[in-house]
Design a protein around this ligand. Structure first.
Ligand code: TXA
Ligand code: MG
Length: 358
């Protein structure tokens, strides 16, 4: 398939403001140019095609959620098992009603507070939502992304857009244009390339069909954030608390969590423990491996900069793979911190639960 790669990075809050509020001719040109490309992409979605687009979390690969054939072709492009439910993306909160008719006050509160933004709510689905979107579940994941490009695309397409992350199945989620081009050029109709994704890890997924609500995938919006807002406790899917063999044996309620996701090609090891001990072990392991001719890459993040770590995480994994390292040694992050917990969830999966406590 011939993929059109269209750069829409010019459409930002800033250019939009310059164009709309100040009528700056250059900004008007930039915005109009980007909108023209987004219109083209939207018409491809309407005709049942596939469009890769940026969101604030990671890039998505989208299809018209109500076109079963188009939705099925998303699985084929990603090379992923088809029992995995997709998140349906909408352009305004009121469109939730197209997907679910049971909207509790808590759901409305969360939408008000966190949309547009990196929160996916699992809701009871309307019967019109195709089985291939929900993996046969009676629920549907819904999210309004905080990205001008994504929202314009969905709005112009005039239909909710089913979109998993735009990586080949098993590889790290894409947060930069070069990642989606590497994975999906030739497999989709259009790739819209925008700014690098601001958040860098996927949305928080919370199941609102159970009481108390249950977090199925941790993200930058934490259980505490949600719980505080709705004035109710939020439980964690017990599978999120398991490690190693336990985590593989557990049956996560978000089916997408059961595959070995986010994996780099290199072997990966996570070191956990006090700063000094980790440093000593790191030096020892590095020397040991390099001594037998294995190249070692490091993945360490600053304790106080987890927002930065989230932004960089997948890009760093991909860069280490490009360097062709044989072993990645990573430093564990504090799981006491909500975002640290979300990052550790990805890090442990990437390492296949290869964690050493020193
Ligand atoms: O940030 C994101 O959420 C990105 C961007 C593109 O929006 N999308 C994303 O999609 O990460 P994907 O397919 O890679 O992950 C979707 C996750 C999976 O873990 C899936 O099992 C879960 O959401 N999920 C979707 N619908 C669900 C449902 N009805 N019940 C339980 N889990 C669901
Ligand atoms: Mg994914």
């Amino acid at each position: 398939m011939n993929t059109k790669i269209l750069d829409v990075s010019g459409l930002t809050e800033e250019t939009l403001q310059r164009a709309q509020a100040f009528h700056e001719p250059m900004a008007v040109d930039i915005v109009e140019g980007a909108l023209e490309k987004i219109r083209e992409a939207a018409s491809v979605l309407q005709r049942g095609g596939l469009v890769v687009f940026p969101t604030e979390t990671v890039y998505g690969i989208g299809a018209d959620a109500f076109n079963e054939e188009a939705v099925r072709s998303v699985y084929a492009a990603k090379g992923r098992p088809s029992d995995n439910p997709m998140i349906v993306h909408i352009a305004r909160a009121s469109d939730t009603a197209l997907l679910s008719e049971r909207l509790s006050p808590e759901i409305v509160k969360l939408a008000d507070a966190f949309w547009p933004g990196p929160l996916t709510m699992v809701l009871e689905r309307r019967k019109e939502v195709p089985d291939c979107v929900t993996g046969g579940l009676r629920t549907v994941g819904v999210r309004l992304p905080d990205s001008l490009v994504a929202v314009e695309l969905i709005r112009l397409a005039g239909t909710p857009v089913a979109a998993p992350s735009a990586n080949l199945s098993g590889s790290p989620s894409p947060t930069k244009p070069e990642h989606v081009i590497a994975d999906l050029d030739g497999k989709v109709d259009i790739i819209l390339t925008g700014q690098d994704c601001r958040v860098g890890i996927e949305s928080t997924v919370v199941d609102m069909t159970v009481s108390p609500p249950q977090a199925l995938r941790p993200g930058i919006i934490t259980c505490d954030d949600i719980s505080e807002l709705i004035g109710q406790p939020v439980e964690m899917d017990p599978a999120l608390l398991l490690r190693g063999a336990g985590a593989d044996a557990g049956i996560p309620r978000a089916p997408g969590m059961k595959y070995r996701h986010y994996a780099p090609k290199a072997e990966m090891l996570v070191l956990e423990g006090g700063r000094e001990k980790v440093r000593t072990e790191l030096v020892r392991l590095k020397a040991l491996n390099e001594g037998i001719g294995r190249s070692v890459g490091l993945l360490f993040f600053d304790e106080r900069e987890y927002v930065r770590a989230a932004h960089d995480f997948y890009a760093r994994l991909r860069a280490l793979d490009e360097d062709g390292v044989d072993l990645i040694i990573a430093g564990a992050l504090s799981e006491e911190d909500g975002l640290g917990f979300a990052l550790m969830n990805r890090m442990m999966k990437a390492a296949g639960y290869n964690i050493v406590r020193v």
